[in-house]
Each structure stands twice: as structure tokens, then as C-alpha cells.
Design a protein around this ligand. Structure first.
Ligand SMILES: C[S@@+](CC[C@H](N)C(=O)[O-])C[C@H]1O[C@@H](n2cnc3c(N)ncnc32)[C@H](O)[C@@H]1O
Length: 365
């Protein structure tokens, strides 16, 4: 599989010279034979995300969606659009749980990956499955959700040197893929942060293009973008890395197509562009704060009580199962794990900031 990817990358470089890191990602992740051609997500794949960690994530997210539905004056059905829906774990839970909360939804799952689209179509009930968000517009009375989409959208890389900031492109050195430094073009001149020699940053060109697309299709509604990264306007966080079989991989050029390629998202830049294209930025809140105000703590206490009761009744193995579920779920709010992800709520103008979101932001001060 990845031979094909490598060949296409090498061909592109031989034809045009070193390619941008964004183009490398396009080919390694989304081109023929690329990492996302089949869906690599889940316990049996290469990495897991919040919806896989525990179904209670979906339940809490749905409570948030109910709040947004109320602010949209309860459109029936509410259009829920999940972009980058992956293997459909979140979609399956939301579709199952919405009737229990009396929330009428019509669910569209947008996926670029052909393997993921197959998995989404096989769900029962199955969502409306699309390849591109723009197939769905204009969206009126809608909630768009994207969990860990932005960090996987192609980005460009820049590095500070003694001679100023340069772009880090992908070229060939002795027939192997290698980082090659080159001058900034006009786009990067405008977007790249100031960097001291040795500092690096990623410029989220794919995430920015997604925000423009979102603004062009969302006529009235909210968008909840969940991802890891920074919100302080200081550029992207962390290093470019990959995941293969649940292990972090540093050298993403070594075997393209066989691993994920990701980096923390500059959510400050995403929010700034959202505002510039007419959306409202309700400010980011950490996932741990959002899930806590939505009821994580109460649920966790209840689970602990059930566990103690089962132990007292002599049902040790049932108690252990509850303990294991509770431990897994705690990763969702753990600041050293998924709890440090950010929830960035955007909306079209004149929609209020929901109470749960204000409470989550308030809980930080
Ligand atoms: C890290 S995965 C997250 C999947 C899922 N949201 C989850 O939390 O498990 C990112 C997903 O976004 C998809 N994707 C990437 N670019 C996309 C785009 N422009 N439109 C729709 N889906 C996209 C990828 O195919 C991949 O399945």
C-alpha cells in the first residue's frame, strides 16, 4: 500500500522539486493507498479518539447539542452534520441516544475517506453520508460537529533560522525523503508567525480552508470543533508526529502512508479567521471543563456508588467492570490525556452562547 504512496510523492518531487508539507500530507493521508484510504481509527486500528474511549462522551456531547437546539428554536428535525466522522463511532451513539433525549435529528456524516464512508453506510440506522461538506449547504438550523478533524487537515511547516523564517518542504536526499528548507511564498509571508532560530511552527492551511467552507455553507447554526492545540495566539503547539499501532511516531517521512500525520492546531488562528468570515467565536473551553459542566462528575459519582454496592453484594467481577469503565472514561477529562483538548464553539451571528458553555468558561477562572 505505502509503496504506491511513496512513489507518488517521489514522482511529485522529481517533477516539481521539493513539495510543501501540506502536499506531502495530501498524498500520504488522502491519496491512493494513503493512510486514510481505509479507516485506521479504533482499538484495532492505529489510534483512538474520545468517542472510542467511552460512550459517555457521546451522551454528554448530545446534552450539549440539545442546548444548541433550544437556542436554534428547536428546528424539527435538527440537522446534525459531523465532518470527518471516521469509523462512525460517534455517529452510531448519537443516532442511538437522540431519541432517548427526545431530540429529533437528521444526521449527515461527511467523510473524505472511502473506507470510512463504507463503515458509515453500514451503520444501523445509517446517516446520510457525503464526501464533502459543500454538498450539504446551505445549512439552516444546524449543528456541525468535528472531532479531531482539524489536526489532520494538511498544514505547512515553517522554521526560524539565523537568516530568518523559512518553509520546511519535503524533498529527496540520496533517494530518501528529507526535509528541505526554502523561502516563504506570499501566502506563508502573511500567515507564518515570527520564530527565533531553531523554533518551528505549523501553518494550518487546511484548517483555515475548512473554516471558509464552513462559513459558506452554515446559514444559521453552531459549529463545535474539538481538537488539540493552542488557543493563545502563539502558533501551533507541539511537534509534527504520527501514530502507528497506538504508538507515537516521530519520523513521519520514513514510511508515508503507513501512519497518521498530525500536529496541534493553532485554534487562535482558526477562531480569528472564523470571525473574519462572519462567524461568531464563543471562545474555546477545555474538554475537561465542558464535560464537567455537562455532568461528568455526577455520572462518575454514580458509577462509584454502583461499584461499591456491587462489591458489598459480592458481585466482584461486575464491580471490576464498572471500575474499568470509570477509569477509561476518566481519560476524557484527564488534563494529561483527552481532557486538554479544546472545544471551540462557533456560530452564525445573533445566536447566544449556551449556558453550559459559559459555565465551562467560567469554571476556569
Ligand atoms: C483523526 S480522524 C477523526 C475521526 C473521528 N472524528 C473520531 O473522532 O474518531 C480525522 C478524519 O477526518 C477525515 N477527513 C479529513 N479531511 C476531511 C475533509 N476535508 N472532509 C471530511 N473528512 C475529512 C479523515 O478521513 C479521518 O477519518
Amino acid at each position: 500500500m505505502s509503496d504506491l504512496v511513496l512513489q507518488r510523492i517521489v514522482d511529485a518531487i522529481r517533477e516539481r522539486g521539493p513539495i510543501s508539507f501540506a502536499e506531502f500530507m495530501e498524498l500520504a493521508l488522502y491519496g491512493p493507498g494513503g493512510f486514510y484510504e481505509r479507516t485506521p481509527i479504533g482499538a484495532r486500528g492505529h489510534f483512538v479518539t474520545s468517542p472510542h474511549v467511552h460512550p459517555f462522551f457521546a451522551e454528554l456531547l448530545l446534552r450539549a447539542v440539545v442546548g444548541l437546539w433550544e437556542h436554534l428554536e428547536r428546528p424539527t428535525p435538527l440537522r446534525v452534520v459531523e465532518v470527518g466522522a471516521g469509523d462512525g463511532t460517534l455517529a452510531a451513539w448519537l443516532l442511538r441516544l437522540a431519541p432517548e433525549l427526545d431530540l429529533p435529528i437528521s444526521y449527515s456524516a461527511v467523510e473524505r475517506s472511502p473506507g470510512a464512508r463504507e463503515r458509515l453506510l453500514a451503520l444501523d440506522p445509517s446517516p446520510d453520508v457525503r464526501e464533502q461538506l459543500t454538498e450539504l449547504g446551505p445549512l439552516e438550523g444546524a449543528v456541525v460537529i468535528a472531532n479531531e478533524l482539524l489536526d489532520n487537515l494538511p498544514f505547512r511547516r515553517v522554521r526560524g533560522t539565523a537568516a530568518g523564517v523559512v518553509e520546511v518542504r519535503v524533498g529527496l536526499r540520496e533517494d530518501r525523503l528529507a526535509e528541505v528548507e526554502g523561502p516563504l511564498d506570499e501566502r506563508l509571508e502573511a500567515l507564518a508567525p515570527r520564530l527565533r532560530p531553531g523554533e518551528e511552527a505549523v501553518v494550518p492551511v487546511g484548517a483555515l480552508a475548512f473554516v471558509e467552507e464552513l462559513a459558506s455553507v452554515l446559514r444559521r447554526g453552531y459549529a463545535l470543533l474539538i481538537d488539540y492545540g493552542t488557543t493563545n495566539g502563539q502558533g501551533s503547539a507541539g511537534e509534527v508526529h504520527g501514530y502507528r499501532r497506538h504508538a507515537v511516531l516521530e519520523d513521519v517521512l520514513a514510511d508515508p502512508g503507513s501512519s497518521d500525520v498530525t500536529a496541534g492546531v493553532d485554534l487562535g488562528a482558526v477562531a480569528a479567521l472564523a470571525t473574519a468570515v462572519g462567524l461568531v467565536d464563543h471562545g474555546p473551553v477545555p474538554q475537561r471543563a465542558a464535560l464537567t459542566v455537562l455532568g461528568f462528575g455526577e455520572w462518575s459519582d454514580l458509577q462509584r456508588e454502583r461499584q461499591a454496592r456491587l462489591m458489598a453484594e459480592g458481585s466482584g467481577s461486575a464491580a471490576v467492570r464498572i471500575f474499568q469503565g470509570r477509569s477509561r472514561a476518566s481519560l476524557l477529562v484527564d488534563p494529561a490525556a483527552l481532557g486538554s483538548h479544546w472545544w471551540l464553539l462557533l456560530s452564525t451571528p445573533s445566536l447566544p452562547t449556551p449556558a453550559w458553555y459559559r459555565a465551562a468558561a467560567g469554571s476556569l477562572s
